[in-house]
Structure formats: C-alpha cells, structure tokens
Design a protein around this ligand. Structure first.
Ligand SMILES: *[C@@H]1O[C@H](CO)[C@@H](O)[C@H](O)[C@H]1NC(C)=O
Ligand SMILES: *[C@@H]1O[C@H](CO)[C@@H](O)[C@H](O)[C@H]1NC(C)=O
Length: 458
C-alpha cells in the first residue's frame, strides 16, 4: 500500500524548481516527435518519483520510438487551483494494517502558509506493474492537523465512486495520523516526541533562607499574604506551568532548603515541602504551591544558602537510571548569594555525567553573579581541576520578565523560551555520548512501537 499527500496548487519560493517528465512519441512516416503527455510536477527533489501513468497502444511488428525528457520547470508564481504531490510515502507490503514512517515536510511546501488550504491524502494499493489501485482519499488542512498536536486523529478513507454505487458503503478503511508542528512547539517537545520512552522527572527546590526576608513583611520575597502572590510563588507558578507540560504524570517532587524544621529546629538543606520525605511528590504545580505555603507557615527561614545538597539529592536518583528511560530536571528558585559555591561547583561537575539538567531561577533584586557563573555559558564549570563533562545549568533572572512593580509577567512566551533554552542540547548531549538512540526516529520507524499508524511532523 502506498499513501500520497496531495496539496492544492503549485507553490514554491522563487528559488525552488519542479521536476516534470515529458513523453514524446515519434511519428511513423515523418519521424517527427510529438508530445504524448507529461507527468505531474514534483518540486524540490533531485529524485522525483512520478505517479502519472502513460498508456500507449502497442503496434505489433512496428518500431515505436519513445523519448522521455526530464525537465526542471520554473515554478509557477500564480497558484492555479490544481493539486500537486508534495509527499509520497514508502510502500508497506503484505499487510492490511500498514504503518508508515514519520516524515517531515515544510509548512511552505504543504500549504504555502495558508492554514485552511485543502490537503488531500490519497491511499493506494501497490501493484507490481505500477498500476496502483486507488483505495480512497480524505482531506484535511493545516489548521485541522494542528488541533490534534501529537495525538492520533482518525480519518475515514472514502472512495467517491464506491459511495455513488453502493448505498451501504461506509468507507474504505481509516487512517490514523499523528501530527506535530515544530512551528509552534519547543525543541524539547520535539525531542521527547522521538525519545518517547524517556520520562522527565522535574524536581522543584525552593530557597527558605533568611536573606529572603521575614514572610510577615511585605518586602519579603516570601511575603505571606492572602491578597497577592510573592516573588517565589509568581516564579514557581510561571515556570512550573511551563515545565509541567513536559512531565507525563504531573507529579512533582518538591524540596526546600535553608530552613529550621519543627519540631526540634534542626537546619535542613533538603526537606520535602509536603513534610513527607518518603514521598515528596506534589500533585501538579497547584500541589507544589500548596505545599510551599504550608512549609512557609511551619518552618523558620534560616541559612546559609547551600545548593549542593539538593543537587546531590536529585543526582542520587539520576545516577540510578542511566539507560535513557529517565531524565531529571531540577528547578532551583533562590534569591542570590550562594554560600557553598565550591561544593556546588563540584556537585555540578559530578552531575554533568548524569541524565540531569538544572534550571536556576533568580528572584529579587540581587546581582546573581554566582548564578551566572554556574550557568557556565562563558566558562565551563570546573572544580579542583576537573571540568564539567557538559553544560547542565541554565540561569534565568526572573525580574527580567516582570513589570516594574513586580506584579505582572511581561511575556510568558519569552520566559518559557529562555527557561527551556538549553535543555534540548543538554538532553541530546547526554543521549548522544551514551549512545542512546531515539525510540521513534523520524526515518527508521519501527512497527513494533506501541505508537501506531502514520506519524507526521510538519
Ligand atoms: C524523581 O526524582 C526525585 C528526586 O528529586 C525522587 O524522589 C523520585 O523518586 C524520582 N522519581 C522517579 C520516578 O525516579
Ligand atoms: C563528587 O563525586 C566524588 C566522587 O564520586 C565524591 O567523592 C564527591 O563527594 C562528590 N562531590 C560532591 C560535592 O558531592
């Protein structure tokens, strides 16, 4: 069976060219070449695979010369309302339930930026002689495809001729299509589409040191007020909402550090926000927020500000799963000065060999020099002569994303982009150096995968 996506109109940028094959036959008497027919135009490929079939009469005992001219055509600049083929899948043989490989196609080639343009998909039963049998077709549009991002949509394949003939005819089968637009999604989302077996473990860690100010005071970054969000809750909610889309079960382990805990007042640098060290999971970002407010009421802000215990905490779990089935992202929200810089650097150097990334969100007005240094964009982090295997830290100063009065986020899209900016590379570097391959690569699709039929990324 094979499967063809056909799209209304010829559409190219002025640089692109289309290939067309023209068939000429030679007259018996005058030996003149006459055009017999031409194939459809296939654009932007050096290996066009034409679908058009030519049917010629065969004259016994007569020499019939044929000439095939392969031409590159200048693109038509005006669109003429006909369909042109923009993708043809491979043939899947010997099955009534074919699974086609995922393929990528530029939006420009698919619909020329017109989201409502009809995209026609025709399904054929492959025949050795090239006369593939038409099974049926269905139509969709870019807009319709994008509604079901990364989920399967089922389309009925209809054969209009059969529909006319038989009253009882319902359809000629169905096609499930999975669509993914790299246009509107983050590269991390795309990566997780291919590394479909990898679970993301997001752990949140919040700074409970006294430098943040007394929670009863409005100037405190931890100000406890029923009427407004404080700097931490704003950052937590904003960044949490971004990252929770990447976490499959939306259960987040949440930790606090730098506080004196009840009942004995011992200082802890890695305590469970929900008070349950055996099960630090909170349900969704709302659950993390709730546990954060509970903790604020029960613990005493103290110090100093140690990052390395929470980094090591997550690293301990990350060191247990090195087969690519889990990737850990630790989100640390803190106000500035780090007291255990040397330890923290060593922890980061240690963690750089693990499936792990760290996002540090700085809140408040401090300088954040140390966090910038940990970010390691300019100078790769090292500790006692040992360099981090890869950069695993991303630092984001939250104040750059809120208005002057600190009450509103100026752009969630920009924040999301910056928070996640380095994660895809960090993730890929780990997978690559450990030889872990995507489970669902775009070109070598394996039918054993649970994710069923056609996958299309656009
Ligand atoms: C995710 O990480 C946390 C530590 O930050 C750990 O408590 C939890 O068990 C991990 N979950 C899984 C499924 O590995
Ligand atoms: C880093 O790893 C080494 C070797 O496993 C260990 O001895 C050291 O304590 C770790 N450093 C930190 C700060 O955890």
């Amino acid at each position: 069976m094979s499967f063809i996506v056909i799209i209304n109109n010829l559409l190219f940028l002025s640089l692109s060219v289309g290939a067309v094959c023209v068939l000429y036959t030679q007259g018996v008497g005058n030996r003149e070449w006459r055009e017999y027919g031409r194939t459809e135009v296939i654009d932007n490929t050096l290996n066009p695979d034409f679908v058009t079939k030519f049917i010629l009469d065969y004259f016994f005992e007569e020499r019939q010369n044929l000439r095939f001219d392969l031409r590159l055509e200048r693109p038509l600049t005006n669109e003429d309302g006909t369909f042109t083929i923009c993708h043809k899948t491979e043939v899947v043989k010997n099955t009534l339930d074919p699974v086609w490989q995922a393929f990528k196609i530029p939006v420009r080639a698919l619909c020329n930026g017109d989201y409502d343009r009809e995209i026609k998909i025709e399904v054929y039963d492959w025949d050795r002689d090239g006369g593939h049998d038409y099974i049926g077709e269905f139509s969709t549009s870019y807009r319709e495809l994008s509604k079901g991002q990364s989920q399967f949509s089922v389309y009925e394949v209809l054969n209009p001729r059969k529909k006319k003939k038989k009253k009882k005819y319902q359809n000629s089968g169905t096609v499930s299509l999975r669509f993914m637009s790299s246009h509107v999604t983050n590269p991390l989302f795309l990566l997780l589409f291919f590394f479909s077996r990898t679970q993301i473990n997001f752990t949140v860690a919040i700074d409970f040191t006294a430098s943040n100010g007394n929670p009863s005071q409005p100037t405190s970054l931890h100000y406890l007020s029923p009427y407004q969000q404080n700097a931490y809750s704003m950052a937590l909610r904003a960044v949490g909402e971004i990252i929770q889309d990447y976490d499959s079960d939306k259960m987040f382990p949440a930790l606090g550090f730098g506080a004196k805990l009840p009942p004995d007042g011992r200082v802890s640098h890695e305590f469970a926000l929900n008070g349950n060290p055996d099960n630090p999971y909170c349900s969704g970002i709302e659950g993390v927020m709730e546990a954060y407010y509970q903790s604020l009421k029960s613990v005493r802000l103290y110090g100093p500000t140690y990052f390395s215990p929470v980094i090591n905490h997550v690293a301990r779990y990350a060191s247990l799963v090195k087969d690519g089935s889990e990737y850990f992202i630790l989100l640390i929200i803190s106000d500035g000065v780090i007291s255990d810089m040397a330890q923290t650097k060593e922890s980061i150097v240690n963690a750089s060999a693990l499936p792990m990334s760290i996002i540090i969100v700085g809140v408040g007005p401090a300088e954040f020099d140390e966090m910038i240094e940990l970010d390691g964009d300019e100078i790769r982090i090292s500790s006692r002569g040992r360099f981090a295997e890869r950069d695993i830290v991303q630092f984001v100063p939250f104040r750059d994303y809120i208005d002057r009065r600190g009450n509103h986020i100026l752009s969630m899209a920009r924040l999301a982009k910056d928070v996640l900016a380095e994660i895809p590379d960090q993730f890929l570097q780990y997978m690559r150096t450990r030889g872990i391959k995507p489970q669902c690569p775009p070109q070598s699709y394996s039918s054993k995968l649970p994710a069923a039929p056609l996958q299309t990324q656009i």
